[in-house]
Design a protein. Structure first.
Length: 333
């Protein structure tokens, strides 16, 4: 029925609630907090969840308060943990790596945690750390967001995904260059290249779609419960993306790279391929399944004459058309 939660989801929400309350919560207070999220739990279920968490050796406990029981959860502590000098320097490395995105949700917690760990160990000479920083750099540019994400929007989406409630949004679509209203079942929020994205079922398109959070202009959670469409798997969903864009198609792309391009692809773009085959004389065959041809076409064109598309026919035609347009444009120069 609406408001039902899987047991593990419910217990994770319970842990989060208790972690945020130093004074603990009674069963009635927990029930009311769930009610405000549209989830109706009975007291017996809450008590059973507390017993389950205790049996799992999580740091939960209870205290009697008159006729009521107040539930608490302790913070985790690390005792008798020692670090080697290399590990401490590794913490400085991680801190510098995260620093460009320390204001991003979750990254801020990671940055603060690393900073606390560094403070907890004997200080290392500042001059020595500076010397290391002068000779070893971390380029985190690809992690820096192109726009700042609305943290309330992110929290609202995560809550909607957790309790499986559809959302109504006003969204600007980059591909169509239009802004419209949609009903979406939020499945997964994920972080990539400095930005947050939502993957969910779009009722307007009747299919799985991906939404960049910074393009969501308005968001409102509905009371409509949803279930994942059969067979949805996030890893499988992302498998057919060449870079950021997702499409409705399914294409097996095969590109022959020669000369310097073959060496560059093997060295820097091997991770993009599903498979790379050696064709002899230094040539390689790059094989990748994608759902849209736009991104991979621009990538192939960047290698010029040293990249020759063998399949699919649609991509061969698109590249021919682009080459013809370029020839016509440059013939006027």
């Amino acid at each position: 029925m609406p408001g039902d939660l899987e047991e593990i989801e419910r217990q994770l929400m319970l842990i989060t609630m208790l972690s945020q309350e130093k004074e603990g919560l009674t069963a009635d207070e927990i029930k009311n907090r769930f009610l405000r999220m549209g989830i109706d739990l009975n007291i017996r279920t809450i008590k059973r969840d507390m017993d389950t968490l205790s049996e799992a050796y999580l740091p939960v406990y209870e205290e009697e308060e008159g006729r009521k029981t107040r539930y608490f959860i302790d913070k985790y502590t690390l005792k008798d943990v020692t670090f080697t000098v290399s590990e401490v320097l590794g913490l400085y490395f991680l801190k510098e790596l995260i620093e460009p995105i320390k204001n991003v949700e979750l990254a801020d917690d990671a940055y603060a945690l690393i900073d606390r760990m560094i403070v907890s160990v004997p200080p290392i000479s500042r001059s020595y750390i500076d010397q290391i920083k002068d000779t070893f750099k971390v380029d985190s540019g690809y992690l820096i967001p192109d726009e700042e994400t609305d943290m309330k929007l992110l929290d609202d989406l995560q809550d909607a995904a957790r309790v499986k409630r559809s959302v109504e949004m006003v969204y600007y679509s980059y591909s169509s260059n239009n802004t419209g209203r949609r009903i979406v079942d939020p499945y997964v929020v994920y972080f990539r290249d400095g930005n947050y994205y939502l993957v969910g079922y779009c009722h307007s398109d009747n299919d799985i779609r991906e939404f960049k959070l910074t393009r969501i202009k308005e968001l409102k959670r509905t009371e409509n419960a949803f279930e994942y469409i059969e067979g949805f798997d996030f890893d499988e969903y992302r498998k057919y993306s060449f870079n950021r864009l997702r499409g409705d198609g399914h294409y097996m792309v095969k590109v022959r790279f020669t000369g310097e391009a073959a060496r560059l692809v093997k060295e820097f773009d091997r991770y993009r391929a599903d498979k790379i085959e050696d064709m002899g004389s230094g040539d390689i065959l790059f094989i990748k399944e994608v759902s849209t041809l736009d991104e991979i076409k621009r990538w192939v064109l960047g290698y010029g004459k040293d990249a020759f598309v063998l399949e699919p026919e649609e991509l061969v035609k698109e590249i021919k058309d682009d080459v013809d347009c370029l020839r016509e444009q440059y013939s006027k120069v």
